[in-house]
Design a protein around this ligand. Sequence first.
Ligand code: G16
Ligand code: MG
Length: 220
Amino acid sequence: TIKAFLFDLDGVIVDTAIFHYQAWRRMANELGFDISEEFNEQLKGISRVESLEIILQHGNLVLPEERKAELAAQKNQWYLELVSRMTPDDILPGVPAFFSQVHDAGIKTALGSVSKNARLILERIGMSNVFGTVIDGNKIARGKPDPEVFLKGAEELGVSPADCVVFEDAVAGIEAAKRGGMLAVGIGSPNVLTQADIVWPSLEHVTVTQLLKSLDRSAG
Ligand code: G16
Ligand code: MG
C-alpha cells in the first residue's frame, strides 16, 4: 500500500529549470562560450556545484576553487532575481487539484529537492505549508541520483521506502527514487524517463485513483 508521495520541485511543481538555464547561460556567455537547451537537460536535478563542474568542462575551462565559488555565487544571484518575481501563478497546471486529492486520500507528502533555494520558492508560490516535510539542498550531503534526499523524506514521514511514490521530471531523480527502493512516476516523456515505473506528461490530467490503479497499488 502507498502511504506517501514525494515530490521533486523543479519540473514537477514549478518550472524553475528555465531560470537555472538562463542564469547558467549568462555565466557561460561571460566566460566566452554558450550552452544549449539540449545540454541543459543533463543539469536537471544536479546540484549547483556539480552543475558548474559539468558546464566548465563543456567550455574546456579549468579554474581554481576560489573562482568557481565566485561563479556559483554569481549564478545564484542571477537565478534569485528571476525567482523573486515568482507568484502562485507559476505553479504548474494541475498541481493544486492533485494535492487536494492527495490530502483527501490521506497520503502523506514530502518535498525532495536538491535546491538550496527550495524553501524560498515554496514561499513565493504560497506552498510553504502544503508538505508534511521539506527536504532540500541544505539538509543533504549528496545530490540526485543518490537516493539520500528521498530516503530522508520517507524517514521524516515515518514511511518505509517501499510504500513511497516519487514524482520526478529528471533522469537523475528517477534513478534516485529507484535506488531508494521507491516507485517512480516520471513527469515528462517516456523516451527520456525510461527507468520510471510509469510516465505522465504532467500532473494536469491525472487523478490519484487513476495513478494508484496504473501502479497496481492502493492507498492506506
Ligand atoms: C534543482 C534543479 C537543478 C539545480 C539544483 C540546485 O533540483 O533541478 O538544476 O542545479 O536544484 O539548485 P540551487 O542552485 O537552487 O541550490 P530539483 O531537485 O528541485 O529538481
Ligand atoms: Mg526536477
